[in-house]
Every structure is written in C-alpha cells, then in structure tokens.
Design a protein around this ligand. Structure first.
Ligand code: SAH
Length: 354
C-alpha cells in the first residue's frame, strides 16, 4: 500500500511537512537522484525559500514536477502591527485557503522569540481568551507552523532564538501535527532550533501531556493554570471539568520526571477572581516542592468579557506571597501593550472588519 503523506488544503502532498526520509522516498519515486532530497530539504528549512524560483541548484524539470504534484505552503502578510513601546510586532498572516492566523515577534535583551499559533481559532473555551470566541476552524499543518517562524525571520531579518507555541489554538489538541512540527524545527538538517529553546503551552489535556512526556524530547512545557482550586478553574477554563488540578499536576510532574525540563505555570491575574491572598496561599501549597516557575500576567482585557487585570501593586503582592513559599515567580512583561497583544485579538478584529 502506498504510504500516506500529509496533504495540504489543496489535497496535494504538503512538501514542507515531509521529513527528510519521506522526501527521499518521494524523490526516489520521481526517479530523481537521492541527493536532490537533501538539497530540497535545505532550501525549504534552512534557506527557507519562499518559492521554487529561489532554488537555484534544482533543475527546472524537477521544479515543474514538484509544482504539479506537491503543495508549497506559504503565508501572505496581511497586516503587521508594530509596538511603539518595545520592538514587538504582531503579524496577521493569510494561509493558502484564506484563513487568517496571528503570530508575534518579541525582542528581549537575550534574543528574539517568536510566538506561533497551532490552530485557526480554538475550541477550549477559556473565558478570558479572544482566540476561542468563535471556536476552532481547523488544525494548522506542520508546514504552517514552520511558515510562521520562517516568514517572520525573513520579514525582520533577525535570527530566531526561541519559539513558543503560545498563540491561538491548543497545541495538544493538534498533537500529531505539533509533534511533526517539533521534529522538523529541531532537525539538525533543518533550522536546527535547540529543543530547549522551544516551549509548548497547554491548557492541560492530561493524556497528551503524558504522551508528550513519553516522546523523550527536551522541549519546555508550560501549563496554563490560572486558578488554585478546581471550582475557580472551572469558572475560567472548561477543560477543568474534564481534568482536575491534581490530575493535571500529576501529568506535569511525570513530564518533569521523564524529561528533566523545568515546568512553567502560567497564571493570568484577574482582579477579584483569582488574585486574592487566599488564592496565593492555595497556589503556594499546590506548587511548593515542584521545580517550577510561575509566570504571572495581568489578564489582557477583551471587549467581549468584563474581566479586569490585577493592578501592578496587586500583582507584586501576589508575587511576594508566592516567593515566601520559595516559589520562583516572574511577572511577565506585557509585550506590545499598545497593540492587540492578547491571543486572538488581532485576528478577531480583522474578521469583524474593524
Ligand atoms: N492553548 C494554550 C496556548 C495558548 S494561550 C494554553 O492554553 O496554554 C497562551 C497563554 O495566554 C495561555 O496561558 C492563555 O491562558 C493566556 N491567555 C489567553 N488570553 C489571555 C488574556 N486575554 N489575558 C492574559 N492571558 C491570556
């Protein structure tokens, strides 16, 4: 039986989602010399070519065959919002099928990070998040996750040092494509990003955290916790109806034990909802003894909900309380506060035509 490759939205084989072995098989099937696979992989993932015309050492006849039988995904830049406070840039990209997604470029003292989306929309339903308001449209292909990074590298001319899968979508709800994306991004024949420089953030799909732990990768796991007891978490995050905090934390512990990678817990501070002294105390009890960092971020208000961010002094007080229990805490700088910074806001504004 013929091997099944990943198809792009035009139903052709998705060239950029093939790993090097699959590319070799395809090249062999076209009666082309094997070394073409390596050349092609390099054009796709190292030089990150925008099209066949850039591939100067690939013969025209092969390019024509590829163009006929394969899909070459690429993103079109629809809009770039640039922050005037820092160098954050928010990109709105159109996919080949016309769907739009967003990605963020962030420049820190220690280097450049890109935050990518893993799905068009999201079906997790977190109450404070703009990405999920209209549900999920579809999963992104491995190539489309890579394309966000490659396009931003090209547009900015910067070397991308870190990648976080923290944009729209739930990466562990698109598990197979995520895994393939990780393998391609960190392939030594490709862009060769160190696995330690990649972070995947999840709302806590327990079976898939455990699966990821068993892949024995060295990528970082971030868990969106946002509450310190099940009752409050259920009010903010529907996934909490499926998995209790204790089940999620057990899965995170298993992830740490199998990979040795430090865990990050994300906690968006919502005024009067999850930022009280009692919340800080409960959170300290939950996380004490774990090798973890808590990332506090005042919630970014979206107009569809009336959640308000905890103010600066409240956030610092919350941090101090956790630190008393010897928990590592950072208050995340809100990058690009003057642009549509929170997940899914830019896309949503675009879809609503304002
Ligand atoms: N689905 C994944 C990754 C996407 S969101 C996850 O849930 O982790 C990345 C982070 O931003 C998550 O912690 C998410 O809960 C948080 N987030 C989403 N909307 C936000 C908002 N309006 N303000 C603050 N944090 C938000």
């Amino acid at each position: 039986m013929e091997k099944e490759y990943i198809l792009a939205t035009d139903n052709k084989i998705d060239l950029k989602s093939l790993d090097i072995d699959e590319l070799k098989e395809c090249i062999k099937g076209m009666n082309e010399p094997a070394f073409r696979a390596k050349q092609l992989f390099e054009w796709l993932h190292v030089k990150q070519a925008g099209g066949y015309d850039e591939m100067t050492n690939i013969p025209k006849s092969l390019k024509e065959k590829l163009a006929r039988d394969f899909s070459f995904t690429s993103l079109e830049v629809v809009e770039v919002q640039e922050s005037h406070i820092d160098e954050t840039k928010k990109f709105l990209f159109a996919l080949s099928d016309g769907n739009v997604i967003e990605s963020v470029f962030m420049k820190y003292r220690f280097g450049v990070s890109v935050c990518i989306s893993s799905q068009v929309g999201c079906r997790m339903g977190c109450k404070f998040c703009a990405s999920t308001l209209d549900g999920v449209v579809r999963n992104l292909l491995p190539s489309e996750m890579l394309d966000q990074i490659y396009s931003i590298a090209r547009y900015t001319g910067e070397k991308i040092g870190r990648v976080v899968v923290m944009g729209s979508g739930e990466p562990l709800d698109n598990y197979d494509n995520l895994l393939r994306f990780i393998k391609l991004l960190t392939d030594e024949n490709g862009m060769n990003l160190g696995q330690r420089n990649l972070t995947v953030s999840t709302c806590g799909i327990v079976p898939n955290i455990l699966r990821l732990a068993d892949e024995r990768l060295s990528i970082n796991l971030a868990l969106s916790l946002h509450a310190s007891n099940d009752q409050k978490r259920k009010e903010l995050m529907p996934i909490a109806n499926k998995y209790s905090i204790s089940e999620v934390l057990d899965a995170c512990k298993a992830y740490f034990e199998k990979t040795g990678r430090q865990l990050t817990f994300e906690y968006s501070l919502v005024a009067g909802v999850n930022d009280t002294e009692e919340d800080a105390r409960e959170l300290s009890a939950l996380l004490s003894g774990l090798n973890a960092v808590v990332n506090l971020i005042p919630v970014n208000p979206i107009k569809e909900r009336d959640f308000k961010p905890t103010d600066r002094s409240g956030a610092v007080a919350f941090k101090n309380k956790l630190e008393k229990s010897r928990i590592n805490v950072t208050i995340r700088r809100e990058m690009g506060r003057d642009i549509d910074g929170a997940c899914g806001q830019l896309r949503r504004r675009h879809l609503q035509g304002n």
